[in-house]
Design a protein around this ligand. Structure first.
Ligand code: AMP
Ligand code: GLY
Length: 420
Protein backbone atom coordinates (compact mmCIF):
# COMPACT_ATOMS: atom_id res chain seq x y z
CA UNK A 1 0.00 0.00 0.00
CA UNK A 2 1.06 3.58 -0.59
CA UNK A 3 0.93 5.87 2.43
CA UNK A 4 1.09 9.65 2.82
CA UNK A 5 2.07 11.01 6.25
CA UNK A 6 1.16 14.67 6.78
CA UNK A 7 3.53 16.68 9.02
CA UNK A 8 7.25 17.21 9.53
CA UNK A 9 8.14 16.70 13.20
CA UNK A 10 9.62 13.85 15.23
CA UNK A 11 6.08 12.57 15.82
CA UNK A 12 5.66 12.10 12.07
CA UNK A 13 9.16 10.55 11.69
CA UNK A 14 8.14 8.02 14.36
CA UNK A 15 4.88 7.24 12.55
CA UNK A 16 6.80 6.78 9.27
CA UNK A 17 9.37 4.54 11.02
CA UNK A 18 6.64 2.35 12.51
CA UNK A 19 4.60 2.13 9.30
CA UNK A 20 7.74 1.26 7.30
CA UNK A 21 7.96 -1.99 9.34
CA UNK A 22 4.63 -3.20 7.95
CA UNK A 23 5.03 -5.83 5.20
CA UNK A 24 1.95 -4.33 3.51
CA UNK A 25 3.55 -0.91 3.01
CA UNK A 26 5.25 -0.50 -0.36
CA UNK A 27 5.95 3.25 -0.40
CA UNK A 28 5.63 6.18 2.02
CA UNK A 29 5.45 9.87 1.15
CA UNK A 30 5.74 12.64 3.74
CA UNK A 31 4.53 16.23 3.44
CA UNK A 32 6.78 18.00 4.18
CA UNK A 33 8.87 15.53 6.29
CA UNK A 34 12.47 16.18 7.37
CA UNK A 35 15.98 14.73 6.92
CA UNK A 36 14.99 11.71 9.04
CA UNK A 37 11.87 10.80 7.09
CA UNK A 38 13.87 11.21 3.85
CA UNK A 39 15.67 7.92 4.65
CA UNK A 40 12.46 5.90 4.85
CA UNK A 41 10.07 7.89 2.67
CA UNK A 42 9.91 10.41 -0.13
CA UNK A 43 9.53 13.96 1.14
CA UNK A 44 7.15 16.22 -0.78
CA UNK A 45 7.48 19.99 -0.52
CA UNK A 46 3.90 20.54 0.57
CA UNK A 47 2.84 22.42 3.68
CA UNK A 48 0.84 20.27 6.13
CA UNK A 49 -1.96 22.89 6.08
CA UNK A 50 -2.30 23.01 2.28
CA UNK A 51 -5.26 20.64 2.11
CA UNK A 52 -6.06 21.15 -1.59
CA UNK A 53 -2.49 20.37 -2.75
CA UNK A 54 -2.34 17.38 -0.43
CA UNK A 55 -5.63 16.09 -1.86
CA UNK A 56 -4.48 16.58 -5.47
CA UNK A 57 -1.20 14.81 -4.72
CA UNK A 58 -2.91 11.90 -2.95
CA UNK A 59 -5.14 11.39 -6.00
CA UNK A 60 -2.24 11.67 -8.47
CA UNK A 61 0.01 9.32 -6.53
CA UNK A 62 -2.81 6.84 -5.85
CA UNK A 63 -2.31 6.96 -2.09
CA UNK A 64 -4.14 4.16 -0.25
CA UNK A 65 -4.03 5.72 3.22
CA UNK A 66 -3.20 9.22 4.45
CA UNK A 67 -2.18 9.69 8.09
CA UNK A 68 -2.45 13.16 9.65
CA UNK A 69 0.03 14.16 12.39
CA UNK A 70 -0.78 17.74 13.50
CA UNK A 71 -4.06 19.27 14.70
CA UNK A 72 -4.39 22.26 12.36
CA UNK A 73 -5.30 20.36 9.15
CA UNK A 74 -7.71 18.15 11.16
CA UNK A 75 -9.46 21.22 12.56
CA UNK A 76 -9.63 22.64 9.01
CA UNK A 77 -11.39 19.52 7.73
CA UNK A 78 -8.70 17.58 5.82
CA UNK A 79 -10.46 14.31 6.71
CA UNK A 80 -13.83 15.51 5.35
CA UNK A 81 -12.17 16.66 2.08
CA UNK A 82 -10.36 13.36 1.54
CA UNK A 83 -13.44 11.29 2.41
CA UNK A 84 -15.60 13.35 0.05
CA UNK A 85 -13.15 12.35 -2.69
CA UNK A 86 -13.31 8.66 -1.79
CA UNK A 87 -9.85 8.54 -0.15
CA UNK A 88 -8.98 6.68 3.07
CA UNK A 89 -7.56 8.91 5.77
CA UNK A 90 -6.65 8.34 9.43
CA UNK A 91 -7.91 11.06 11.77
CA UNK A 92 -11.15 12.61 13.02
CA UNK A 93 -13.49 14.72 10.88
CA UNK A 94 -13.69 18.48 11.38
CA UNK A 95 -16.75 18.04 13.61
CA UNK A 96 -15.05 15.39 15.76
CA UNK A 97 -11.74 17.31 15.91
CA UNK A 98 -13.63 19.99 17.83
CA UNK A 99 -12.79 17.92 20.89
CA UNK A 100 -9.38 19.62 20.58
CA UNK A 101 -10.21 22.71 18.50
CA UNK A 102 -12.89 23.96 20.90
CA UNK A 103 -12.28 23.64 24.63
CA UNK A 104 -15.91 24.72 25.18
CA UNK A 105 -17.15 21.83 23.01
CA UNK A 106 -14.98 19.37 24.98
CA UNK A 107 -16.08 20.78 28.33
CA UNK A 108 -19.79 20.69 27.46
CA UNK A 109 -19.41 17.08 26.29
CA UNK A 110 -17.65 16.08 29.54
CA UNK A 111 -20.22 17.88 31.69
CA UNK A 112 -23.15 16.31 29.85
CA UNK A 113 -21.73 12.77 30.14
CA UNK A 114 -20.22 13.07 33.64
CA UNK A 115 -16.66 12.57 32.45
CA UNK A 116 -14.39 13.74 35.31
CA UNK A 117 -12.82 17.09 34.49
CA UNK A 118 -11.91 20.44 36.06
CA UNK A 119 -14.92 22.55 37.06
CA UNK A 120 -15.25 25.64 34.86
CA UNK A 121 -17.46 28.39 33.47
CA UNK A 122 -17.62 29.61 29.85
CA UNK A 123 -17.99 33.23 28.66
CA UNK A 124 -18.31 34.97 25.33
CA UNK A 125 -18.49 38.47 26.87
CA UNK A 126 -15.41 40.07 28.37
CA UNK A 127 -17.50 42.07 30.87
CA UNK A 128 -19.30 38.96 32.12
CA UNK A 129 -16.05 36.99 32.36
CA UNK A 130 -14.37 39.81 34.31
CA UNK A 131 -17.30 40.09 36.71
CA UNK A 132 -17.18 36.33 37.37
CA UNK A 133 -13.39 36.32 37.76
CA UNK A 134 -13.56 39.05 40.42
CA UNK A 135 -15.57 36.69 42.63
CA UNK A 136 -13.09 33.78 42.30
CA UNK A 137 -9.99 32.88 44.30
CA UNK A 138 -6.50 32.21 42.93
CA UNK A 139 -4.80 30.14 41.66
CA UNK A 140 -7.13 29.87 38.68
CA UNK A 141 -6.82 28.78 35.04
CA UNK A 142 -7.85 30.94 32.06
CA UNK A 143 -8.17 29.25 28.64
CA UNK A 144 -8.90 30.50 25.14
CA UNK A 145 -11.53 28.30 23.48
CA UNK A 146 -9.81 27.67 20.15
CA UNK A 147 -6.44 26.46 18.83
CA UNK A 148 -3.61 28.70 19.99
CA UNK A 149 -0.49 26.63 19.17
CA UNK A 150 -0.29 25.50 22.81
CA UNK A 151 -0.15 29.09 24.13
CA UNK A 152 -3.78 29.74 25.01
CA UNK A 153 -3.74 28.34 28.57
CA UNK A 154 -2.74 30.50 31.55
CA UNK A 155 -2.32 29.06 35.03
CA UNK A 156 -2.62 32.28 37.05
CA UNK A 157 -1.18 32.38 40.56
CA UNK A 158 -2.45 35.91 41.28
CA UNK A 159 -5.62 37.83 40.40
CA UNK A 160 -3.51 40.31 38.46
CA UNK A 161 -2.13 37.53 36.22
CA UNK A 162 -5.65 36.15 35.75
CA UNK A 163 -6.98 39.57 34.65
CA UNK A 164 -4.00 40.05 32.32
CA UNK A 165 -4.65 36.65 30.72
CA UNK A 166 -8.35 37.39 30.26
CA UNK A 167 -7.70 40.78 28.74
CA UNK A 168 -4.97 39.43 26.45
CA UNK A 169 -7.34 36.73 25.13
CA UNK A 170 -10.59 38.73 24.88
CA UNK A 171 -9.59 42.39 24.51
CA UNK A 172 -6.16 42.30 22.78
CA UNK A 173 -7.32 39.22 20.81
CA UNK A 174 -3.85 37.68 21.12
CA UNK A 175 -5.18 34.46 19.53
CA UNK A 176 -7.72 36.03 17.17
CA UNK A 177 -11.08 34.30 16.98
CA UNK A 178 -9.72 31.44 19.16
CA UNK A 179 -10.40 33.90 21.99
CA UNK A 180 -14.06 34.63 21.14
CA UNK A 181 -14.88 32.48 24.15
CA UNK A 182 -12.93 31.71 27.33
CA UNK A 183 -13.09 29.12 30.06
CA UNK A 184 -12.36 30.09 33.63
CA UNK A 185 -11.38 26.85 35.31
CA UNK A 186 -10.40 25.50 38.73
CA UNK A 187 -6.70 24.68 39.07
CA UNK A 188 -6.13 20.96 39.51
CA UNK A 189 -3.24 19.62 41.56
CA UNK A 190 -1.47 16.33 41.04
CA UNK A 191 0.64 14.62 38.42
CA UNK A 192 0.13 15.05 34.70
CA UNK A 193 -0.18 12.14 32.33
CA UNK A 194 -0.96 11.86 28.61
CA UNK A 195 -2.93 8.85 27.40
CA UNK A 196 -3.49 7.74 23.81
CA UNK A 197 -6.32 5.51 22.63
CA UNK A 198 -6.96 4.25 19.14
CA UNK A 199 -10.67 4.79 18.62
CA UNK A 200 -13.23 4.07 15.93
CA UNK A 201 -16.85 5.11 15.93
CA UNK A 202 -17.80 2.32 18.34
CA UNK A 203 -14.76 1.35 20.38
CA UNK A 204 -11.77 2.81 22.15
CA UNK A 205 -8.81 0.51 22.82
CA UNK A 206 -7.07 0.53 26.22
CA UNK A 207 -4.94 3.63 26.26
CA UNK A 208 -1.17 3.89 26.18
CA UNK A 209 0.14 6.32 28.81
CA UNK A 210 3.23 8.56 28.77
CA UNK A 211 4.59 11.66 30.51
CA UNK A 212 6.11 14.63 28.78
CA UNK A 213 8.39 17.38 30.09
CA UNK A 214 7.48 20.86 28.86
CA UNK A 215 9.87 23.30 30.64
CA UNK A 216 13.18 23.83 28.89
CA UNK A 217 15.57 23.23 31.81
CA UNK A 218 16.28 20.44 34.30
CA UNK A 219 14.05 20.39 37.39
CA UNK A 220 11.15 21.76 35.30
CA UNK A 221 12.63 25.26 35.30
CA UNK A 222 12.50 27.89 32.57
CA UNK A 223 9.88 28.66 29.93
CA UNK A 224 7.62 26.01 28.42
CA UNK A 225 8.54 24.41 25.10
CA UNK A 226 6.81 22.06 22.69
CA UNK A 227 8.29 19.27 24.85
CA UNK A 228 11.87 18.40 25.87
CA UNK A 229 11.41 14.67 26.44
CA UNK A 230 9.05 11.94 27.52
CA UNK A 231 8.88 8.43 28.87
CA UNK A 232 6.46 5.51 29.03
CA UNK A 233 5.02 3.94 31.09
CA UNK A 234 4.69 6.54 33.88
CA UNK A 235 6.28 5.36 37.14
CA UNK A 236 3.11 6.15 39.10
CA UNK A 237 0.71 4.21 36.86
CA UNK A 238 -1.06 1.39 38.72
CA UNK A 239 -3.38 -1.21 37.13
CA UNK A 240 -6.29 0.37 39.08
CA UNK A 241 -5.52 3.85 37.74
CA UNK A 242 -5.20 2.48 34.21
CA UNK A 243 -8.63 0.83 34.52
CA UNK A 244 -10.23 3.98 35.95
CA UNK A 245 -8.84 6.07 33.07
CA UNK A 246 -10.23 3.72 30.45
CA UNK A 247 -13.56 3.00 32.17
CA UNK A 248 -14.45 6.52 33.32
CA UNK A 249 -12.75 8.72 30.71
CA UNK A 250 -11.62 7.23 27.39
CA UNK A 251 -14.45 4.72 26.69
CA UNK A 252 -17.25 7.06 27.83
CA UNK A 253 -15.84 9.89 25.71
CA UNK A 254 -15.81 7.79 22.53
CA UNK A 255 -19.36 6.62 23.30
CA UNK A 256 -20.45 10.21 23.99
CA UNK A 257 -19.09 11.38 20.63
CA UNK A 258 -21.00 8.58 18.89
CA UNK A 259 -24.14 9.49 20.83
CA UNK A 260 -23.81 13.16 19.84
CA UNK A 261 -23.65 12.22 16.15
CA UNK A 262 -19.96 13.10 15.81
CA UNK A 263 -18.29 9.66 15.86
CA UNK A 264 -14.58 9.87 16.62
CA UNK A 265 -12.08 7.94 14.49
CA UNK A 266 -8.34 8.27 15.05
CA UNK A 267 -6.14 8.65 18.11
CA UNK A 268 -7.81 10.27 21.10
CA UNK A 269 -5.28 11.98 23.36
CA UNK A 270 -6.33 12.63 26.95
CA UNK A 271 -4.33 15.27 28.82
CA UNK A 272 -4.97 14.24 32.43
CA UNK A 273 -4.19 15.41 35.94
CA UNK A 274 -4.03 12.53 38.40
CA UNK A 275 -5.44 14.22 41.52
CA UNK A 276 -6.04 12.89 45.03
CA UNK A 277 -9.65 12.28 43.97
CA UNK A 278 -8.69 10.39 40.81
CA UNK A 279 -7.89 11.27 37.19
CA UNK A 280 -9.40 14.47 35.73
CA UNK A 281 -9.32 15.65 32.11
CA UNK A 282 -7.55 18.98 31.44
CA UNK A 283 -7.91 18.72 27.70
CA UNK A 284 -8.43 16.34 24.82
CA UNK A 285 -6.38 16.37 21.64
CA UNK A 286 -7.43 14.88 18.33
CA UNK A 287 -4.05 13.37 17.40
CA UNK A 288 -0.84 11.79 18.70
CA UNK A 289 1.30 13.86 21.10
CA UNK A 290 4.80 15.12 20.46
CA UNK A 291 7.19 14.06 22.10
CA UNK A 292 5.03 11.24 23.54
CA UNK A 293 4.66 9.40 20.21
CA UNK A 294 8.44 8.91 20.12
CA UNK A 295 8.20 6.77 23.30
CA UNK A 296 4.79 5.17 22.70
CA UNK A 297 5.12 3.71 19.19
CA UNK A 298 8.43 1.90 19.92
CA UNK A 299 6.43 -0.07 22.53
CA UNK A 300 3.75 -1.08 20.01
CA UNK A 301 4.12 -4.70 18.90
CA UNK A 302 1.12 -4.80 16.54
CA UNK A 303 1.38 -3.67 12.91
CA UNK A 304 0.42 0.05 13.00
CA UNK A 305 -1.02 -0.12 9.48
CA UNK A 306 -3.45 -2.89 10.53
CA UNK A 307 -4.64 -0.74 13.44
CA UNK A 308 -5.05 2.37 11.30
CA UNK A 309 -7.01 0.48 8.64
CA UNK A 310 -9.23 -1.03 11.35
CA UNK A 311 -9.93 2.49 12.67
CA UNK A 312 -10.78 3.79 9.20
CA UNK A 313 -13.04 0.79 8.50
CA UNK A 314 -14.67 0.81 11.94
CA UNK A 315 -13.62 -2.73 12.84
CA UNK A 316 -11.19 -2.02 15.65
CA UNK A 317 -12.99 -4.59 17.83
CA UNK A 318 -11.52 -7.31 15.59
CA UNK A 319 -7.93 -6.39 16.41
CA UNK A 320 -5.69 -7.22 19.38
CA UNK A 321 -3.32 -4.38 20.14
CA UNK A 322 -0.17 -5.59 21.89
CA UNK A 323 2.31 -3.40 23.76
CA UNK A 324 5.76 -4.34 24.99
CA UNK A 325 6.43 -4.29 28.74
CA UNK A 326 9.72 -2.50 28.13
CA UNK A 327 10.28 1.08 29.20
CA UNK A 328 10.95 3.76 26.63
CA UNK A 329 12.66 7.11 27.20
CA UNK A 330 13.24 9.96 24.74
CA UNK A 331 15.26 13.16 25.23
CA UNK A 332 14.96 16.08 22.84
CA UNK A 333 18.05 17.89 21.51
CA UNK A 334 17.20 21.52 20.84
CA UNK A 335 18.91 24.44 19.10
CA UNK A 336 20.86 26.94 21.25
CA UNK A 337 18.43 29.67 22.34
CA UNK A 338 15.25 27.59 21.92
CA UNK A 339 12.41 28.25 22.87
CA UNK A 340 13.61 31.78 22.00
CA UNK A 341 15.50 32.65 18.79
CA UNK A 342 18.10 30.23 17.37
CA UNK A 343 20.42 29.69 14.38
CA UNK A 344 19.53 27.33 11.56
CA UNK A 345 21.65 25.42 9.02
CA UNK A 346 24.18 24.04 11.53
CA UNK A 347 25.70 20.66 10.59
CA UNK A 348 24.88 17.74 12.93
CA UNK A 349 27.52 15.06 13.52
CA UNK A 350 27.84 11.81 15.44
CA UNK A 351 24.96 9.73 14.04
CA UNK A 352 27.42 6.96 13.03
CA UNK A 353 28.82 6.53 16.53
CA UNK A 354 25.57 5.47 18.21
CA UNK A 355 24.78 2.05 19.66
CA UNK A 356 22.75 -0.08 17.25
CA UNK A 357 19.55 -0.09 19.28
CA UNK A 358 19.27 3.70 19.65
CA UNK A 359 16.50 5.42 17.70
CA UNK A 360 16.91 9.00 16.52
CA UNK A 361 13.72 10.74 15.40
CA UNK A 362 14.22 13.98 13.50
CA UNK A 363 12.16 17.18 13.83
CA UNK A 364 13.87 20.42 12.73
CA UNK A 365 16.40 18.91 10.32
CA UNK A 366 16.97 19.03 6.58
CA UNK A 367 19.54 17.92 4.04
CA UNK A 368 21.74 20.77 2.69
CA UNK A 369 22.92 20.99 -0.93
CA UNK A 370 25.88 18.73 -0.08
CA UNK A 371 23.55 16.10 1.41
CA UNK A 372 24.61 16.77 5.02
CA UNK A 373 22.03 16.78 7.82
CA UNK A 374 21.69 20.34 9.19
CA UNK A 375 19.43 21.97 11.77
CA UNK A 376 16.30 23.77 10.59
CA UNK A 377 14.15 24.24 13.70
CA UNK A 378 14.01 24.67 17.48
CA UNK A 379 13.51 21.07 18.48
CA UNK A 380 15.97 19.13 16.32
CA UNK A 381 16.05 15.45 17.33
CA UNK A 382 14.54 13.03 19.87
CA UNK A 383 17.01 10.37 21.00
CA UNK A 384 15.12 7.26 22.12
CA UNK A 385 15.97 3.95 23.77
CA UNK A 386 14.00 1.00 25.12
CA UNK A 387 15.09 -1.43 27.86
CA UNK A 388 13.74 -3.50 30.74
CA UNK A 389 13.72 -0.70 33.33
CA UNK A 390 13.46 3.09 33.22
CA UNK A 391 16.90 3.33 34.86
CA UNK A 392 18.58 1.18 32.15
CA UNK A 393 16.75 3.04 29.44
CA UNK A 394 17.86 6.42 30.76
CA UNK A 395 21.44 5.17 30.87
CA UNK A 396 21.29 4.13 27.22
CA UNK A 397 19.78 7.46 26.12
CA UNK A 398 22.31 9.58 27.97
CA UNK A 399 25.31 7.40 27.00
CA UNK A 400 24.43 8.04 23.37
CA UNK A 401 23.01 11.56 23.25
CA UNK A 402 26.37 13.16 24.07
CA UNK A 403 27.86 11.58 20.94
CA UNK A 404 25.57 13.67 18.72
CA UNK A 405 26.70 17.26 18.31
CA UNK A 406 25.81 20.54 16.73
CA UNK A 407 26.83 24.06 17.70
CA UNK A 408 24.85 25.32 20.71
CA UNK A 409 22.74 22.16 21.19
CA UNK A 410 21.12 21.56 24.56
CA UNK A 411 18.96 18.92 26.19
CA UNK A 412 17.53 18.06 29.59
CA UNK A 413 19.49 15.51 31.63
CA UNK A 414 16.62 14.53 33.93
CA UNK A 415 14.05 13.00 31.57
CA UNK A 416 12.32 10.09 33.39
CA UNK A 417 14.38 10.84 36.49
CA UNK A 418 12.04 13.27 38.23
CA UNK A 419 9.25 11.35 39.83
CA UNK A 420 6.80 13.16 37.60
P1 AMP B 1 -4.18 22.15 28.12
O1 AMP B 1 -3.74 22.66 26.78
O2 AMP B 1 -5.57 22.50 28.48
O3 AMP B 1 -3.74 20.75 28.47
O4 AMP B 1 -3.25 22.99 29.11
C1 AMP B 1 -1.85 23.03 28.98
C2 AMP B 1 -1.21 22.86 30.33
O5 AMP B 1 -1.76 23.78 31.26
C3 AMP B 1 -1.45 21.49 30.95
O6 AMP B 1 -0.51 20.55 30.49
C4 AMP B 1 -1.31 21.81 32.42
O7 AMP B 1 0.05 21.87 32.81
C5 AMP B 1 -1.90 23.19 32.52
N1 AMP B 1 -3.34 23.13 32.87
C6 AMP B 1 -4.41 23.16 32.03
N2 AMP B 1 -5.58 23.09 32.71
C7 AMP B 1 -5.25 23.01 34.01
C8 AMP B 1 -6.01 22.91 35.21
N3 AMP B 1 -7.35 22.92 35.21
N4 AMP B 1 -5.34 22.84 36.38
C9 AMP B 1 -3.99 22.85 36.41
N5 AMP B 1 -3.22 22.96 35.32
C10 AMP B 1 -3.83 23.03 34.12
N1 GLY C 1 2.89 16.82 24.18
C1 GLY C 1 1.95 17.86 24.02
C2 GLY C 1 1.20 17.82 22.74
O1 GLY C 1 1.49 17.06 21.85
O2 GLY C 1 0.25 18.60 22.60
Amino acid sequence: MKILVVGGGAREHTIVWKLSQSPKVSKIYTAPGNAGTARLAQNLEINANDIQTLLKTAIEKKIDLTVVGPEAPLAEGIVDEFQANGLQIFGPTKAAAQIEASKVFAKELMQKYNIPCAGSATFSSYTEAKKYLEKQATPIVIKADGLAAGKGVFVAETMEQAHQALSSIMQDRAFGSAGDRVLIEEKLNGREMSVFSFADANTSMPSMPACDYKPVFDGNRGPNTGGMGSYSPPQFLTPELFKTINDTIMQPTVRAMQNEGVPYQGVLYGGLMITGEGPRVMEFNARFGDPETQVVLPRLKTDLLDIMLAVVNNNLNQIDIEWSDNACVGAVMASGGYPGGYKKGLPISGFDGLDDDILVFHAGTKLDSAGRVVTSGGRVLTVVATADTIAHTREKVYNNISRIQFEGCHYRRDIALLNK
